[in-house]
Design a protein around this ligand. Sequence first.
Ligand code: KL2
Length: 548
Amino acid sequence: MLPRHLQTVGGRCITRASHSRPVCMSGNFLRYPWWTGHYQPFSFFPVNNWHPQDNSRPYHYFGPHRTALPGSHIFPWFPTHSSWLHTSNFNMDAKGDEPFRKRKKGIEDDEYRGPWAKRPYPPASDLRAPPIQGTPKIFDPTSPQTEAEIKRRWEDFSPHNHERTSEGKFDFTVMSYNILSQDLLEDNSSLYSHCRRPYLFWNYRLPNILRELQEMNADILCLQEVQDDHYQEQIKPNLEALGYICEYKVRTGSKPDGCAICFKSDKFNLKLVKPVEYFRQNIALLDRDNIGLVLILQPKTRGRDVPMICVANTHLLYNPRRGDIKLTQLAILLAEITEVAQIQDGRFCPIVLCGDFNSVPGSPLHRFVKEGTLYYEGLTIGKVSGQERYSKGQRILSIPIWPKSLGITQKCVYDSPGKDETPEGSLEGQIVEKTDEQTKEPDIRVDSNLWHHFSLSSAYSHYFPDTGMPEITTCHSKSAITVDYIFYSAEHNDVFRQPGSEGPCNGLRLLGRLSLLNEQDLWSVNGLPNETNSSDHLSLLAKFRLEL
Ligand code: KL2
């Protein structure tokens, strides 16, 4: 039995201003099918991840301190109320309310107004954001002022949560956020048919996204689906103005989005940047253009021998049927992390691995990240990510999954002599030295096990402890699931440490996180994106402590 205060953590908190209607059972909500999810609650994650000793009390993240955020002058259109997620101000049942349709690329927002021009609604050209600074956010003046709100709560796991970073400790926050590239939004417009069209214009969404980034004020941002031109012209300059140093890796191929890692220049020194491409010209399996990005950062703090941290960010392939590709992309990323995060004696600096993995909690891919091993014999490629209950990818994973020519072993390290030693007590991956060849390259008797070298825990629990309902990180017309994660190397004492993992001696301790929502809460604010939340993903935010 959980302590009473924990039973409310992460649940919804809906407040209503006068004249508002109850939001949770709104017409909009009822019009959308309840996404049953892929798993019965509790089936994969017993919710007893919550530590019974935790006596912290959650509070609303955007409390009174909100107006005192540093640099808030940069975005003068910030709403002054404290809502975080809003219901749409607009009644979706209104006649003539057209769903957003796929539009021809390059058409200006105001040219595309169509039926909206007849409505008492600000012309779409007014929704074009200024060059980031200046114009107030525009609301529909004719709509009823419903002020239903859902607040995300800060879940605090630290007994000394107000303590500032002090001697021997380095606290920092990490956000992972898929901001929904405009290009992909327009390519997959059927996913957003539930949205009011003007809320889908980039020039409407951008200020919201920047506001959110500024309000969260994370020390490290791991962003996915960052469109190249928006990054260069808008996102990077604005984040730099907020004190971030930004690194970016665009996808290979023709899709113009990528991953960014931005960090506060007063908190970290940049030691290394490693862009990671998953595309391989000569390997049929790796014909997709997803990418990752890995940084090594050194905390700026007094004292010698300050440990580095490794921050990795990725957006794995979406295709629910191609778990073989997803696992191989992940193996490449893990091999790259192994290369750069190794300090000495096979030990690694603490790792924070963020991203959109396009895989749900409890899926084989997710379990592989957390458990460090995956037995995949007989597993169909459509089951790897768990995105679809009845998956169409019926082909069984080949053994090995990727060809040897990739140069990565089943332990997700680059293939070179001596790197692929069998873990103690393991029956797998036996190495037979070739004595009759000049090369010392080991010949690995492959079996159906994958391994990796890290002990990674998830900053989120994936189910609410009080209801067993799934946490949702992405919600649009076709699905509402968790696909985004913040994994980290948990230290010995961390209460969320993945059971069975040893954890590095100087790992990270999870001090807190911004709660997620369940699907019902999200549909009560018209799903995502909506008026205030301008991506089809929610941001994830976690606070860590590094013992120096
Ligand atoms: O699920 V995502 O959205 O993590 O938010 O990652 C991919 C999908 C992203 C990059 O490929 O584009 C979205 N059906 C639904 N979503 C799609 C599809 C599709 N067929 N193709 C791409 N995406």
